[in-house]
Write a protein that binds this ligand. Sequence first.
Ligand code: M6R
Length: 368
Amino acid sequence: QKSGYPSFMAKEIHEQAKAISDTLLGRLENNEIVLDEMHIDPSHLRSIDKIIVVACGTAANAGEVVKYAIEHWCRIPVEVELAHEFRYRDPIVHERTLVVAISQSGETMDTLMAVRYAKEQGAKVVAICNTRGATIPRESDAAIYLHVGPEIAVASTKAYLGQIAACYLLGLFLAQVRGNLYGDEIEAIMRDLEEIPGKIQDVLDNSGQVEKLAHDMVETTSVLFLGRHVGFPTALEGALKLKEIAYIHAEGFAAGELKHGPIALVEEGQPVFIVVPSPRGRDSLHAKVVSNIQEVRARGAHTLVIAEEGDTDVEPYADVVIRYPETRTLFAPLLTIIPLQIFACELATAKGLDVDQPRNLAKSVTVE
Ligand code: M6R
């Protein structure tokens, strides 16, 4: 069943182009987003004044990524909250709140309890789920399924990309219903999104460099990850992958936080991955991240830079440059996480660990 891969995780990483193309399949008809299981009245969706995403682990990182897109397209405030924190803080939820519950398994107990709480407060709930008939989508008002196929490895990879892509569809659907975006705008965004599977394949086809890096770093005991904007949740997810399967101390930071504490950790030889946004993006985002690379390099960091193809600005400060294809800033997380998944998977494999069944972890956390 592993189709020649050394682990299910490796197989699932390499299935991601097909997985995302399946998530997107048949969702655009006549310039309109079609979501079959979106059984919430459009007039209700127009009345929503806040979105709260509830999820745990990797699913919560997916939520942090899509917050940027949904707020940008729909102009609705989006909060992302760990389901186990949400439940215990008397959150403000009412009929005009839309709760989005992201869960690959659809059985995570904390997320399920958050869904139940939200429903008791009168909120409508949309489940973003990979498992048909699971408890969370059954108890929700609407569901968007990922269609990425079963995920066997405990470490989530293709479901993470599927969750992000499905939430983009939700964001575009809401923007369409609420009149924030019109047919031709939605069509243009979807065309770019539909190019992502081909770009994922490009990243996968060029994974030899990262595989070698992982083997060279097999003795590493600590890795830091930095990103800004959508690169920040990518840094968190890259660190989570490395912790959970390679048992290496790893931390993700918002690059802007560096001088508020984390830079004190940087000493000679400290490996630091930096997720760099497109130089074509807006504002000074790119320049800010390049200056963060300089800052950590000046303190001796070994800089492992994930940068868009053709971005030469990073080269003077990078010990290693890992390239990803050009895309919209909001879609880059579907590409930039892949080298980090491969890095964790290869490093854990090189250490002789059980990549698919890491110690102390279960695929589905059905207890509180
Ligand atoms: O099934 P779920 O998406 O609700 O699971 C949530 C987390 O337990 C899960 O994403 C976990 O963090 C993964 N092992 C991460 O790879």
